[in-house]
Design a protein around this ligand. Sequence first.
Ligand code: SF4
Length: 342
Amino acid sequence: MSNVEYKVADWWKPLDNGKILCTLCPRYCNIGEGQPGFCFIRQNHGGKLYSIGYGRPSGFGIDPIEKKPLNHFLPGTQILSFGTAGCNLGCKFCQNWSISKAKLDDSNSIAASPEDVVQLTKKYHLPSIAYTYNDPTIFGEYVVDISRLAREEGIKSVMVTAGYIDKEARKDVYKYIDAANVDLKGFTDKFYFKQTLSHLNDVLDTLLWLKNETDVWFEITTLLIPGENDSSEEVKKECEWILENLGDSVPLHFTAFHPDFKMRDKERTPPATLTNARNIALESGIKFCYTGNVYNREGQTTYCPGCRSKLIERDWHSVLTNNMYGNSCPSCGTVIPGEFFN
Ligand code: SF4
């Protein structure tokens, strides 16, 4: 792996008071000399903003793509996965906090240029790269440079994100992105602000933009936390919004929470809560809804919305059988939205 120079960031402007305004995400941090923004890895040095996560992943993994989770994008394949230190959200229930809450110094980061990342992907014959573990929005410059090179090599790029990104910056960050999983962490602004220190409307705006102004394939994940965002009413409202604004074909994943970080006083999500949410989604008209972080073959299998044939049977993150005929159901010919073959 090569050493990488600290990179001057995109998406910022100097302020009259000597500080810098970071315009990458809706937090719009005012950053003084020598200081980092909220996410730790964008820092003001000498009146310039630096993206200090650039070229410094916290490590690489190879995961099943179903773990992102994506169920309608290259199913059954493995994906090179990495993140950096830091995060632009402040989720009290973070399930990955040892990375997302780390500063660069204590995350044992390694040096890897965009070329190194693409070479690593090729070395293991992987069809795609996931920007994941923490929120890739905050290392957007690195995402752009890797995804551009990856596309030249026929390798796909996947954002696993909370969707909390500025309207202008996202046009650049997603330029070479092929797919995304967006966390919709709840469906009230009260929950969003109290538990994640961000706002629901900014995330909904990103979902609308993905749907209406890009070709990015995307799926949505909601981590259900007992007593916080798991009521039938809230789930129903979320499903109604998705149906009305994004249509019936965006896959929706309800996943189980485990006690972690600053939320250790809650129980694990009971499997019945996930099944209840999935039933609400299916009854409301959403065609593809899945349960995650539990063993539940029924909730993880893709069924044809036309004839109810089993198309892709899964168990946790494993694909057991894949009966797809190209992008279609082999029994009735219904075209299934997504990208099923590389
Ligand atoms: S990307 Fe980081 S520094 Fe920039 S506004 Fe968001 S939290 Fe602040």
